[in-house]
Design a protein around this ligand. Structure first.
Ligand SMILES: Cc1ncc(COP(=O)(O)O)c(C=O)c1O
Length: 485
């Protein structure tokens, strides 16, 4: 009998062949599929993607903020190689050194006391789901299991323990049903009307586009409204948790005004709510501190990490304070995932923490981040298309506006998927300057790998300068306002 002919492995394909194959068979995220034309990659090094046709492209989004240490960091690769030879994955009925070490280090390093517990998963969305579920179970345990009796309250209790999650409109927590339901981002509209119940949205704290005006009391007015929402939603009887990104990411890189997060911490305490900080994007040094919450001096009850945590492995963590984790000492933590505690991913994460905590590393991110901010403000002063510059560490954005005086945005939330000038600027940067920034709703992201050198930062700043000249011209000739243009 003729031996069966095996299919050719894609790994052996001619470099010119695999991109069309991928285009034909990979479903690209958040896109209509026609016209998908991925660029074939030969290899990646540091901040750069090398293509098969000899181009060298700077990744200014750090691979969706996952590759904080740049591509192929030798220390991480060495740790992964060594771990791969020992244990890649066993279930959590067994212990492995990297899993134990990662959990211990995260428990100690995250703001708050050291006796925390960590749930490990593979994506930010799953980590968010774990946080929401645990917050609700915590409240259930608190109300029923600890007291032994139902709560003595007058309000109608269709659902007999606090379950509502207060999130904010400018937020993104992931694409799974629960995480998307808890996201204010227009991406949640794709699953409406089937969003999970129990999420209430509050305003965000956006100094440039505050719903509460530009008065100095705007932060207090925002917090007062937040307090009002909690009360009107049933207060301690109905609300379980407040879910925030300490620095809003996908919805515009928005560092909160000073005192805002401390105000939310105080409100959470006042109403007995858990404060959940989703640091999927801001964690692992992105803002110049290991956790963005460190900038604001608050201790959340639950902290979420993802993206850069596993460096090159999908890994996410939901870190529970002692108060929350104790609630599960005698009650079931009703959540889980195959591959939880993946030893290879944990080894990569431990190696990443070694790099981030090495002497001077994060200090350099803070110093170079200030340089970046200073240069971006200088660009904004010369380019009228820039309405606002904001960020910290290596986490910056230039918000583009049709009119600086009126702050007219390039695109409103309801127009998220219509192409605008931002798309054309990202195409221009890639084509003419070898700089990759996936298009954003509002402007240009400047989110380089944390290892980027001063020369590399200057390289991208020159490219952005050229892109902004194009933006100024287009806006002045008014060719950008129609989505179809
Ligand atoms: C703050 C935040 N949380 C959660 C997520 C979801 O992470 P993942 O895509 O790994 O599920 C994201 C992704 O962009 C995010 O920015």
């Amino acid at each position: 009998m003729e031996p069966k002919k095996l299919p050719t492995s894609t790994l052996l394909m001619n470099p010119n062949d695999f991109a069309p194959v991928q285009a034909r068979h990979l479903m690209q995220c958040w896109s209509s599929q026609k016209g998908y034309a991925p660029i074939p990659v030969a290899e990646t090094r540091g901040c750069w993607i090398h293509t098969t046709d000899g181009r060298r492209i700077f990744d200014l989004r750090s691979a969706h903020e996952c590759i904080n240490l740049g591509f192929n960091h030798p220390q991480v690769l060495a740790a992964m190689r060594a771990q791969m030879e020992k244990v890649i994955y066993v279930t959590d009925d067994f212990a492995t050194a990297p899993t134990a070490e990662l959990c211990q280090r995260l428990a100690r390093l995250a703001p708050g006391g050291p006796d925390k517990k960590v749930f490990l998963s593979q994506s930010g969305a799953v980590a968010v789901e774990a946080a929401i579920k645990a917050a609700r179970l915590y409240q259930y345990n608190r109300v029923f299991k600890s007291s032994g009796t139902p709560p003595d309250i007058d309000a109608p209790m269709q659902y007999p323990y606090p379950y509502k999650i207060i999130s904010r409109y400018r937020s993104w927590h992931g694409s799974s049903a629960g995480a998307a339901s808890a996201s204010g981002d227009p991406r949640r509209w794709f699953q409406e009307p089937f969003n999970l119940p129990g999420v209430v949205f509050a305003p965000d704290a956006h100094a440039y586009r505050s719903c509460f005006g530009e008065r100095s009391e705007a932060v207090q007015a925002n917090l007062d409204y937040f307090d009002y929402i909690i009360e009107q939603e049933g207060g301690s009887n109905k609300v379980a948790a407040v879910l925030i990104e300490p620095v809003v990411g996908s919805n515009g890189i928005i560092p909160p005004p000073p005192a805002y997060l401390q105000g939310l911490r105080a409100l959470s305490d006042k109403w007995n709510l858990l404060l959940i900080a989703d640091e999927t994007m801001t964690g692992m040094g992105r803002t110049g501190r290991l956790f963005a919450t460190e900038h604001y001096g608050i201790e959340p009850d639950i902290i979420i990490l993802g993206k850069a945590l596993g460096v090159y492995c999908p890994l996410a963590a939901t870190i529970f304070s002692e108060k929350v984790s104790r609630s599960f000492d005698d009650h079931i933590f009703g959540h889980g995932q195959s591959f939880s505690g993946h030893a290879l991913g944990c080894a990569a994460a431990v190696a990443s923490l070694d790099v981030l905590q090495s002497e001077g590393f994060l200090e350099n991110v803070r110093n170079e981040g200030e340089y970046l901010g200073m240069r971006l403000r200088e660009l904004a002063s010369r380019h009228p298309s820039v309405g606002d510059v904001r960020g910290l560490g290596f986490f910056w954005t230039l918000e583009l506006v049709k009119n600086r005086a009126t702050k007219t945005p390039l695109r409103r939330a309801t127009e998220k998927y219509s192409p605008t000038l931002v798309n054309r600027l990202s195409e221009f940067l890639l084509r003419e300057h070898q700089v990759y920034i996936p298009s954003d709703k509002f402007g240009l992201w400047v989110v380089p790998p944390l290892i980027a050198t001063r020369d590399e930062l200057d390289f991208v700043l020159r490219a952005i300068d050229a892109a902004l000249t194009l933006a100024d011209t287009e806006l002045a000739t008014n060719t950008v306002t129609t989505p179809s243009s």
